[in-house]
Design a protein around this ligand. Sequence first.
Ligand code: G3H
Ligand code: 13P
Ligand code: NA
Ligand code: ZN
Length: 324
Amino acid sequence: MLVPLKPVLDAARKGGYAQGAFNVNAVCQAKAVIEAHETLRSAAILQGADLANAFMGGRADFANGTVKDKIAGAKNIGDAVKKYGEDSPIPVVLHLDHGRDMESVKAAIAGGYTSVMIDGSSLPFEENIELTREVVKYAHPRGVSVEGELGVLAGVEDHVFAASSTYTNPLSAVDFVRKTKVDALAISYGTMHGPSKGKDVKLRREIPIAVRECLAHEGLDCALVSHGSSTVPRYIVDEINELGGNIQNAYGISLTELKAAIPAGINKINIDTDIRLAVTRNMRELFAKRPELQKSESIGGVYKLLLEHPENPDPRAFLPPVFD
Ligand code: G3H
Ligand code: 13P
Ligand code: NA
Ligand code: ZN
């Protein structure tokens, strides 16, 4: 069944565990993510980043999506999640990742998203509060949960690039949660988006601990979210490079660090890069086996070539690589 984010994270908080939240960058990934969670008998959180919505709406260049592309993409992924998730025995959430403005939020909700993130973390504090409140006012009456963000993660984050991080201030977090009434809060405590997070990153666990304690002291409650949490498996990076790729300086967050963040108060762990790496490896493997496919310059062209040859692997199993 399709549900908002809040009940899923409430259960995680009560049970003292965290839910993985997995980015889908193409519609065909919805089925895979839902089936994997059904096997594990776990609730599933699928998330489409704001610009991924544009891509899933048919826009070939990820970066320049218009609102029209986003509306089409939200509907495409929304329909797929309904198709595979509505009759599923597990709770399924479709969550907008790093929504940039009201238009993105409205497009996502119109397409069937049950939860939205509004990322005002690059705005001045008061403006972030104002934008997030506006989103909560729109989303909550529609039964849609809201995630906000406070603090800046270093690295590439959809539409935002930050050279260095600013950790979340626990007292500002209290103020933010009280004024916005968000259901979940993304914090900055040492994680980072993308495949180059730095060697042996140690997470600042005292930050979620302090945020939790400060919230509890004020009688407030809100689930905490860890973005930029991919583990960047060495063997996948090696396989990509053996297949002609050139990914340097690839380091993720270790499983040990992620596991230790859960008792510190983290209830949602976002993963995008790890899946993109697997997709990149699969694309390179396919091109190595069928070099004729490389003649096509666009992803759409590759799909077309694959479809023209019925003996080829199902093109929907392959997704566009984004970096590499
Ligand atoms: O938040 C948007 C995307 O998840 C950023 O992904 O850092 O894996 O490129 P990336
Ligand atoms: P990674 O780049 O570590 O996968 O982070 C994903 C994320 O935070 C999506 O919002
Ligand atoms: Na941010
Ligand atoms: Zn993120």
